[in-house]
Design a protein around this ligand. Structure first.
Ligand SMILES: *[C@@H]1O[C@H](CO)[C@@H](O)[C@H](O)[C@H]1NC(C)=O
Ligand SMILES: *[C@@H]1O[C@H](CO)[C@@H](O)[C@H](O)[C@H]1NC(C)=O
Ligand SMILES: *[C@@H]1O[C@H](CO)[C@@H](O)[C@H](O)[C@H]1NC(C)=O
Length: 971
C-alpha cells in the first residue's frame, strides 16, 4: 500500500512536470497506404494539349465552387486558356487511354505535401486545408472516377450526400476526418467495386444502418470505421464476417457492443480467408477467453499480421487458441486485465510455432502481468517490447542482450530488481528507446563502457543509476529524452554534460536530472535549445551551486528549484543578446538567490509561470514585471521584498495565482487587484505590512478561490460584498487540481498549480487537491465590526480563518449553511452570544477554534462537536458544558438547541452511526488524502486514474515517436 502511494505520487509528479501537447495533433495520413500515389507536380506545359473532357472539367469546377480554398492550393483549377487541361490540375489524374478523370486526390496528406513544396518547408501544422461548404452533385459526371480522397476536408457536420452511391466505378473512397455528420447514406452499398473504404473519425450519429449497405460491398478489402459510434449494431461482427475479401479492419473507439453471434455462423463460407490487420482497440469490450471475438480471430491464425486489442476489458488472459499466430508481426494488448504470468503468455504465442520469428511488436503496458521476464530470444525479430506498468518481478535475463533487432524496450513501473550490466546490451546496437524507470533495478557499467547503441530516449527515473554520474552518456549523441531523476546520483555534474546536445538536429529536448545529489556548477554552454520546439530542463532538488548560466534561458521549461544557485543577472539580462526568451515556465524557488531582482523582464514575454519563492531576494519588486503579458502564475513569496506592489502589475491580466506572502511589503492593499486582474484565483499577501482596509473593488474577483491576507495590519470591516465571490459560492469544484495551460506558437505547456498556506494550524503544500481548497484567511490583522452575514452565501468555503482580530457581533445562526467547511477558526476576537446549533450540521468540520471570545451559554450537545477538545472553547468565561470543565446550571440551554438528535439516535443507533461515519470518512478522504489517499483505498479509481496518467504518458511517447518518424521521413 505504501508503495502504491509512492508510485502514485511519482506518477503525479511525472505528469505534473509538464505535458506537452504538440500542436501537430494527429496525422491520418499515417493510416492509409493503399494506392501509395506519389505526388507529382507537373509543370504546366506551354504546348497546350488539352486531354481533359469538357463535361468533366465543368464538373470539377462545380466541385471547386463548393470548397473554400484558404491556402489557394487549387489555383491550377480554372477556366482560363492555359488552365484548360484539367488533367494537369493539382490532385487530378486522367486515364492515358481514355482521358477520363479517374483519380481525385484532395486528402490532407496530398495537400500537405503540395503546400510544403509551395512554401519550401512546413512552417506550421494546418489542420484543414479545405473547407467543404457543400459537395456539388455534378461530381457524379465523373463516371470513370475510381479513386476519391477527400480526407480531412472540413465538411462541418453536413451529411455525406446520397449521390455518392452513383460513382459506381469507385475502388477507393477516403472520407476520413472530414467532419461529416448525420447518417452514412445506404447508397454507399451501390459501390460494389469498392476495395478501400475509410470513414474514420467523422461525427456520424449512431451508425445503425450498417447492415443495409456494408454486406453489398463484397469487393471490400480495407474497411476503416474507427471513431464511429456502433453501439447500436449488435450484429457488427456478423456483418463484417460476410465480407469475403476483407484483409484490413479498423473499428477502434467505436463503443462496440459484445457481439451477438454463434460460433457456428462464424465459419461462413463467404467470410474472408485472409484477414491480416485487425484493430478493435479502445472499445472497452468485455472479453472472456471464450468470447466469440477470440473464436472468430482464431480462424485467422495463419493470416493475421497486425492485431490491436488494447484498451478493452479482456479479463483472465489469452486463450490457448492464440497459439497458432505464426505470422503475427504486431500484437497490442495494452490496458487490459490479462493478469497471470508473462511466461504463460509467451508460451501460448510460441507453442505452435517454436521458431516464432515474425513478431516485431509486443505491447503489454498495464496488463497486470506478473512473474519474471522469460527468455525471449525465440522472438528473434522483436523490435518493440513494451512491458511498462505491470507487476513483473525478478531480474532481467541477460539473454535480452542477444535480441539484436530490439529498438525499444519499456520495462518501467515493475517490481524488477537485480543488476543491469553491459551484457544486457551486448548486441543491442539498434536500441533507441530504453525505459527502466520506477523499478528497483540497479545499473552497473564499467566506467569506460562504450554502449553499442545511440539512444533517442532514456528513461531511468527512480532506479539505481548512481552513485556516479553515468559516464556512458557522454557517448550518446542522439538523445532527445533523458530522465535520470531520483536515481541515487551523488556526484559532480560533469563539464561535458551539455556537449552531446550540440551534435543533434534541432527538436524538442527533455532533460530531467531532478531529485539526486548532483553537486558543482552548471557549466555554461554555447548550445541553444531549438527555437521551434519545446525543450524542458529539470535540475530541481539537487545541490547545484553557481550563477544560473545564460544559455538555459533558451529552453521553454526550466525547473532549477531546490538547489543552492545564486546569481541571476547574466541569465536574465545577457549582455550579448536581448532576444525574446522562449521560457514559458521558470522555477527558481528554494535557492540561494541573495540579490536585488534584475529589472530585465521585458524580454520574457512568453513566461506563463514564474516561481522565485523561498530565496533571499530583496529590494523592490521590479516595475518591468508588469510587462509579462503571458504570466498566469507569479510567486515571489518568502523573500525580503520591500515597498509597495508596483502598479505596473495591474497589466498582468491573465494572472491567476499571485503570491507575495512572507515579505516585507507595505502600503495599502491596491484597488487594482480587483480591477486589473480579473482572473485571479489565488491571492496571497500573508505576512507583510499591508495596512488600511480591504478595498471594495476586491469583491470583483469572481474566480477567487484562496484569499490569504493574514498577518498584516489590515483594519476596518470585512466588506459585505464578499458574496460576489462567485467561485466561493459554488460547492465543490469540477476538478481536484488546478490545471493550467499555456499556448504558445510552438506548443502547449500544462502544469498543476500548487500553493502553500496554513491549514488547520499547519503550513501545508497543496497540489493534487488544490482544486478543492477554497478558503478565506484574514487572521492576525486589526479587523473590526461584525462578520458580515453575507458570508453564509459562500457555501463552497472549506476553510475560514478570521482569528486574532477585533471582530465583534454574534455568530450568525445560519452558519450551518457553510456545508463544505472543514476548518473554522474565529478565536481571539470579541464575538459574543451563543454557539449556533447549525454549526453541528457541518459534518466535515474537522477543525474548530472558537476560543478566547465572549461566547456564552451552553455548548450544544449530542453531536460530533463533542469530539473537539476543550481548547476549542476555552477563554469564553460565560460558556459552559462538555468538553469544558465548567458545567452548566440546569436551566441554561443553548439559545437554539433543538432535540433533533436525541431519541432517534438511540433508536436507530446502528444506521445513523454508519451513515455518520461514512460521511466523516468521505470528508476525511477527500480533504486530507486527496487523490493519492483515495487511490490507495479504492482500486477501481486507481485503475482509471492510472490509466489516464498512462494514457497521457503513452500518448506523449507516441507523439514523440511519430514526430520523430516524420522528421526522419522528412529529413
Ligand atoms: C500514363 O502516362 C504517364 C506519363 O506519360 C506515365 O508515366 C504513366 O506510366 C502512364 N500510365 C499508364 C497506366 O500507362
Ligand atoms: C442502387 O442504385 C439503384 C439504381 O441505380 C437504386 O435503385 C438502388 O436503390 C440503389 N441501391 C442502394 C442500396 O442504394
Ligand atoms: C534462451 O533461449 C535460446 C533459444 O531457445 C537458447 O539458445 C538460450 O540458451 C537461452 N538462454 C538462456 C540463458 O537460457
Amino acid at each position: 500500500m505504501e508503495n502504491d502511494g509512492i508510485m502514485c505520487l511519482k506518477k503525479l509528479f511525472h505528469t505534473s512536470i509538464v505535458v506537452l501537447l504538440f500542436l501537430q495533433c494527429f496525422n491520418p495520413s499515417l493510416s492509409s497506404g493503399f494506392y501509395n500515389v506519389s505526388v507529382e507536380f507537373r509543370a504546366i506545359s506551354h504546348r497546350v494539349v488539352t486531354r481533359c473532357i469538357e463535361s468533366e472539367r465543368e464538373a470539377l469546377l462545380a466541385f471547386k465552387q463548393g470548397l473554400v480554398d484558404d491556402y489557394d492550393l487549387l489555383s491550377s483549377w480554372g477556366r482560363e486558356e492555359h488552365k484548360q487541361d484539367c488533367c494537369q490540375w493539382l490532385g487530378v489524374h486522367c486515364s492515358n487511354r481514355t482521358n477520363h478523370v479517374t483519380q481525385l486526390h484532395l486528402g490532407w496528406s496530398y495537400l500537405d505535401q503540395a503546400y510544403a513544396l509551395q512554401q519550401k518547408g512546413r512552417p506550421q501544422y494546418i489542420y484543414y486545408y479545405l473547407q467543404g461548404k457543400m459537395m456539388s452533385p455534378k461530381l457524379i459526371k465523373l463516371k470513370h472516377l475510381k479513386y476519391l480522397d477527400l480526407s480531412q476536408i472540413n465538411f462541418n457536420g453536413s451529411q455525406v450526400p446520397d449521390f455518392i452511391g452513383s460513382l459506381s466505378n469507385l475502388r477507393h473512397l477516403d472520407l476520413s476526418y472530414a467532419s461529416f455528420g448525420g447518417r452514412i447514406p445506404t447508397q454507399i452499398g451501390n459501390l460494389t467495386h469498392l476495395q478501400y473504404l475509410n470513414l474514420n473519425a467523422n461525427n456520424f450519429a449512431n451508425v445503425e444502418n450498417l447492415n443495409s449497405w456494408l454486406p453489398h460491398l463484397s469487393a471490400l478489402t480495407y474497411l476503416y470505421l474507427s471513431r464511429s459510434n456502433l453501439s447500436n449494431v449488435p450484429d457488427w461482427l456478423e456483418i463484417v464476417n460476410k465480407l469475403p475479401k476483407l484483409t484490413n479492419l479498423s473499428l477502434s473507439y467505436c463503443s462496440l457492443p459484445s457481439p451477438l453471434i454463434h460460433s457456428s455462423t462464424l465459419f461462413n463460407i463467404n467470410s474472408s480467408k485472409s484477414l491480416a490487420h485487425v484493430d478493435l482497440s479502445e472499445n472497452q469490450l468485455p472479453f472472456s477467453s471464450s468470447s466469440s471475438i477470440f473464436v472468430w480471430l482464431s480462424k485467422y491464425n495463419v493470416s493475421l499480421v497486425h492485431l490491436d486489442l488494447s484498451e478493452n476489458q479482456i479479463e483472465g488472459g489469452i486463450p490457448q487458441s492464440f497459439s497458432g499466430l505464426c505470422n503475427l508481426q504486431e500484437l497490442y494488448l495494452s490496458n487490459n486485465i490479462l493478469s497471470g504470468q508473462l511466461s504463460w503468455l509467451v508460451q501460448i504465442l510460441m507453442s505452435a510455432c517454436p521458431d516464432q520469428n515474425s513478431l516485431e511488436t509486443l505491447a503489454l503496458t498495464n496488463t497486470y502481468l506478473s512473474g519474471s521476464i522469460p527468455n525471449l530470444t525465440n522472438f528473434s525479430s522483436l523490435k518493440y517490447l513494451d512491458l511498462y506498468a505491470n507487476q513483473l518481478s525478478g531480474t532481467i535475463p541477460e539473454s535480452i542482450g542477444h535480441m539484436s533487432r530490439l529498438e525499444s524496450i519499456y520495462l518501467g513501473m515493475n517490481a524488477l530488481d537485480g543488476v543491469v550490466s553491459e551484457s544486457h546490451f551486448s548486441n543491442l546496437s539498434r536500441l533507441r528507446d530504453l525505459d527502466m524507470s520506477y523499478t528497483s533495478l540497479s545499473l552497473n557499467f564499467s566506467s569506460n563502457w562504450i554502449p553499442p547503441f545511440q539512444l533517442y530516449s532514456i528513461f531511468l527515473s527512480s532506479c539505481m543509476v548512481g552513485p556516479h554520474f553515468p559516464k556512458w552518456l557522454q557517448n550518446q549523441k542522439s538523445y532527445k529524452d533523458l530522465d535520470i531523476s531520483n536515481a541515487s546520483i551523488s556526484d559532480i555534474l560533469p563539464s561535458w554534460f551539455w556537449s552531446p546536445l550540440s551534435h543533434q538536429d534541432p527538436g524538442s529536448i527533455f532533460i530531467n536530472l531532478s531529485n539526486n545529489r548532483i553537486r558543482g556548477t552548471i557549466p555554461n554552454s554555447r548550445f541553444e535549445f531549438s527555437s521551434s520546439s519545446f525543450s524542458q530542463v529539470n535540475l530541481s532538488w539537487n545541490r547545484l551551486e553557481s550563477p544560473v548560466p545564460s544559455f538555459l534561458s533558451t529552453a521553454t521549461y526550466l525547473d532549477l528549484s531546490n538547489n543552492k544557485l545564486s546569481g541571476l543577472i547574466s541569465f536574465m539580462c545577457p549582455k550579448t543578446s536581448n532576444k525574446v526568451s522562449r521560457l514559458a515556465f521558470l522555477d527558481l524557488s528554494s535557492n540561494n538567490l541573495y540579490e536585488q531582482l534584475p529589472n530585465c523582464w521585458t524580454r520574457f514575454e512568453n513566461l506563463a509561470f514564474l516561481d522565485l519563492s523561498d530565496n533571499a531576494l530583496y529590494g523592490k519588486i521590479p516595475t518591468t514585471m508588469g510587462s509579462l503579458p503571458s504570466i498566469k502564475t507569479l510567486k515571489l513569496n518568502n523573500n525580503g521584498f520591500v515597498g509597495e506592489l508596483p502598479s505596473s502589475l495591474n497589466n498582468l491580466t491573465r494572472l491567476g495565482v499571485f503570491d507575495v506572502g512572507e515579505n516585507n511589503l507595505s502600503g495599502l492593499i491596491p484597488e487594482w487587484l480587483g480591477v486589473g486582474l480579473p482572473n485571479l484565483a489565488i491571492l496571497i499577501l500573508r505576512s507583510n505590512h499591508f495596512y488600511g482596509s480591504i478595498p471594495l473593488q476586491l469583491c470583483n474577483m469572481r474566480d477567487i478561490q484562496i484569499l490569504d491576507f493574514s498577518m498584516n495590519n489590515i483594519s476596518g470591516n470585512i466588506p459585505k460584498c464578499v458574496n460576489n465571490w462567485t467561485n466561493l459560492a459554488l460547492k465543490g469544484s469540477p476538478s481536484l487540481t488546478i490545471w493550467n495551460t499555456y499556448n504558445s506558437s510552438i506548443g502547449q505547456l500544462s502544469y498543476f498549480e500548487e500553493a502553500s498556506f496554513i491549514w488547520k494550524g499547519m503550513m501545508s503544500k497543496y497540489e493534487s487537491t488544490l482544486g478543492l481548497v477554497k478558503c478565506i484567511h484574514l487572521s492576525s490583522n486589526r479587523l473590526t465590526g461584525e462578520i458580515p452575514k453575507e458570508i453564509i452565501d459562500l457555501v463552497g468555503l472549506v476553510s475560514l480563518n478570521l482569528s486574532r482580530n477585533n471582530l465583534t457581533g454574534q455568530i450568525t445562526p445560519m452558519i450551518g449553511k457553510l456545508e463544505s467547511l472543514e476548518s473554522l477558526d474565529l478565536s481571539r476576537n470579541h464575538i459574543y452570544g451563543g454557539i449556533p446549533t447549525s454549526l453541528f450540521q457541518i459534518y466535515g468540520l474537522g477543525y474548530l477554534d472558537l476560543s478566547n471570545n465572549n461566547l456564552s451559554g451552553k455548548i450544544p450537545i449530542g453531536t460530533q462537536l463533542q469530539t473537539y477538545d476543550s481548547y476549542a472553547f476555552v477563554g469564553n468565561p460565560l460558556l459552559c458544558g462538555i468538553p469544558l470543565q465548567q458545567l452548566c446550571s440546569p436551566e441554561e440551554t443553548s439559545p437554539e438547541e433543538q432535540p433533533m438528535f436525541g431519541d432517534q439516535v438511540e433508536e436507530n443507533d446502528g444506521l445513523i452511526t454508519t451513515g455518520f461515519y461514512l460521511s466523516l470518512a468521505l470528508g476525511f478522504v477527500v480533504g486530507f488524502w486527496g487523490v493519492c489517499g483515495s487511490l490507495i483505498f479504492i482500486r477501481s479509481w486507481r485503475y482509471t486514474y492510472y490509466k489516464f496518467l498512462n494514457y497521457v504518458y503513452d500518448w506523449l511517447y507516441v507523439r514523440v515517436t511519430l514526430i520523430r518518424q516524420q522528421r526522419t521521413v522528412d529529413g
